[in-house]
Write a protein that binds this ligand. Structure first.
Ligand SMILES: [Zn+2]
Length: 204
């Protein structure tokens, strides 16, 4: 699909964006999604880099994943819509896309990762009640999972590692009771995310 991108230099240029990407076939996109170079466009006049978010479907058949990616700007619209896309999971915003692809790459259970992010969030918020905190899954080490916490300090990212044992324990809780209170609160229809627990009143 063609999109137009307006630049501050008054130039408007158009870009061609796929509606759907299959990560089994186009695996070069996996790294692009991870390192933030996914959907970067450069103004044809002044060269400025633009990072717009367009809706897209990401398929990863070998991981049994069908993901509907909604731009962050359409978050409110998502909560108001009546019906979900069939058989697709939802993420909102490209940072969440990157987080979720990392979770599938490492063959982890997204509901458990979101639950662990929520624990980390509660802990971070206790000591930093006025900061806007966001937590992102990064990767899996031999005995720990790495998360990045944004917003504790301006322009600084805190790196934190949780023991793999805690993941496995939480995964057992999830498997035993997937509709438990925490796991249910993390999901809103097709959308599984810590954001469902942090949702401001006006989006409820
Ligand atoms: Zn420009």
């Amino acid at each position: 699909m063609k999109h137009k991108i307006p630049c501050f230099c008054d130039n408007t240029f158009s870009v061609e964006v796929p509606d759907e990407i299959d990560l089994d076939i186009q695996d070069e996109y996996i790294n692009k999604i991870m390192d933030g170079s996914f959907m970067n466009f450069f103004c044809t006049n002044c060269g400025k880099k633009h990072k717009p978010e367009f809706p897209i479907t990401i398929l990863w058949p070998s991981r049994n994943l069908r993901l509907e990616v909604i731009p962050e700007l359409d978050r409110g619209e998502f909560y108001r819509r009546k019906k979900d896309q069939e058989q697709k999971e939802t993420v909102i915003g490209y940072p969440e896309l990157s987080d979720r692809i990392a979770v599938y790459r490492d063959r982890l259970e997204p509901a458990v990762i979101e639950a662990l992010k929520y624990y980390l969030f509660l802990k971070a918020e206790e000591t930093n009640p006025d900061m806007e905190i966001s937590i992102w899954y990064q990767n899996k080490g031999p005995d720990s999972l790495e998360f990045h916490i944004h917003g504790l300090k301006t322009d600084e990212i805190a790196v934190t590692r949780l023991p793999l044992d805690l993941y496995e324990k939480t995964n057992r809780d999830y498997k035993a009771n997937p509709r438990g209170e925490l796991f249910s609160s993390l999901r809103w229809r097709s959308y599984l995310s810590i954001q469902n627990m942090l949702r401001p009143e006006e989006l409820k």
